[in-house]
Design a protein. Structure first.
Length: 238
């Protein structure tokens, strides 16, 4: 069955810049067919610059055919995800298998993990939107989020997860947080609100520090140290 993604976050500029580097400056062949396998084969043919090689063998199943130069960002993201994804899905396992050797070394990846909201700040001022007097008992806040807001998400072995989450914990979240404490690498990801395409559990209304989210992420992982990595997210879905 063909796989599609409903994105909650999309970095249009990063995807538009990466797409021609991977696939080259080529025309996408858009085949309308009742046979889903024919679509996949024609896309594979496009990627390897042999347009029509597979489609010509399936003319009987093609109802119409069209060549176009424009491809939507969502479509580019899906093609890039299918290109970079592997059988390894956990971001922690991806880091363990790739093992960047030098600091600031980076690589593209597709994987999933549990992330915790550690902060929201205004990108213009750098000031956190969470009140400084926040306590575990009243950590649900009503915060005005605009396009300048940036969400900081943390995963794995970070100081925020090991200290703050362990103190401000809901019983339902205990297993996820305890699991994250046992993971080897600490991961931090910044999500610009202007790139979020839909509400994530009403993030624009009720904000809870240390709230957990399970994401699939396509992006770039950069090694900050032996223990820490940073994600530049291109696309996120659930």
């Amino acid at each position: 069955m063909k796989e599609y993604y409903s994105f909650v976050y999309l970095d249009i500029d990063s995807i538009d810049n990466l797409y021609p580097q991977v696939f080259g400056d080529i025309i996408e062949r858009n085949v309308i067919t009742s046979n889903e396998e024919s679509i996949d084969e024609s896309i594979n043919a496009k990627i390897f610059n042999i347009l029509g090689a597979n489609a010509n063998n399936k003319q009987n199943s093609i109802s119409s055919e069209n060549l176009k130069f424009a491809t939507s960002t969502a479509r580019k993201a899906q093609l890039l995800i299918n290109f970079f994804k592997t059988d390894i899905t956990s971001i922690q396992d991806i880091i363990e298998n790739v093992q960047a050797t030098n600091e600031n070394e980076s690589f593209y990846f597709v994987g999933n993990g549990t992330f915790f909201l550690s902060d929201i700040y205004d990108s213009q001022t750098g000031v956190s939107l969470f009140p400084t007097h926040e306590t575990c008992e009243n950590n649900i806040q009503h915060i005005n989020i605009n396009n300048d807001s940036v969400l900081i998400m943390e995963s794995g072995n970070t100081n925020f997860i090991s200290k703050y989450c362990s103190e401000c914990i809901d019983l339902d979240d205990y297993y996820k947080i305890n699991l994250s404490n046992n993971l080897k690498y600490g991961i931090i990801m910044h999500m610009s609100n202007k790139k979020i395409k839909k509400d994530i559990r009403h993030l624009t209304y009720k904000i809870k520090k240390a709230k957990d989210f399970e994401f699939y992420v396509f992006g770039e992982l950069t090694k900050a140290s032996n223990r820490f990595y940073q994600i530049s997210p291109f696309a996120i879905w659930r």
